[in-house]
Design a protein around this ligand. Sequence first.
Ligand code: ADP
Length: 123
Amino acid sequence: LEPKEEFEHKSLAVDVMRPRRSDPALAVLTQEGMTVAEAEALVESTRYSGFPVVVSQESQRLVGFVLRRDLLISIDHTPMDITVDIFRKLGLRQRLLGIITKKDILKHMAQMANRDPDSILFN
Ligand code: ADP
């Protein structure tokens, strides 16, 4: 993705952001009240490359982001409270609205150029 390349059309993050209204809710980890078993179930029931970490489901305050592979490793080797402590140290406290991956942007760019977004080849 070329960061300096300008969109021909004015695009808003909200147009690219997932999940869409019809999609399942964002798959998040919570800093409070989530057991290792629940985190494990979340990883196993989804295929996302990563999960935002929020303070609680109610607040949706963003604390950090954990990659699927790092979460799998920490479930195997590290007590969850250490993982949570790492997120806390990141110190982010923004309300989470959604997620945009690099592929989401590439697909959106293809759509803007009137091309089939699924025809885009990714490596
Ligand atoms: P990619 O977009 O590179 O395929 P993912 O497999 O992680 O990356 O994401 C697939 C789709 O799901 C994307 O549209 C992305 O915005 C969305 N997504 C990514 N992570 C999550 C999540 N934790 N919860 C809900 N949707 C997500």
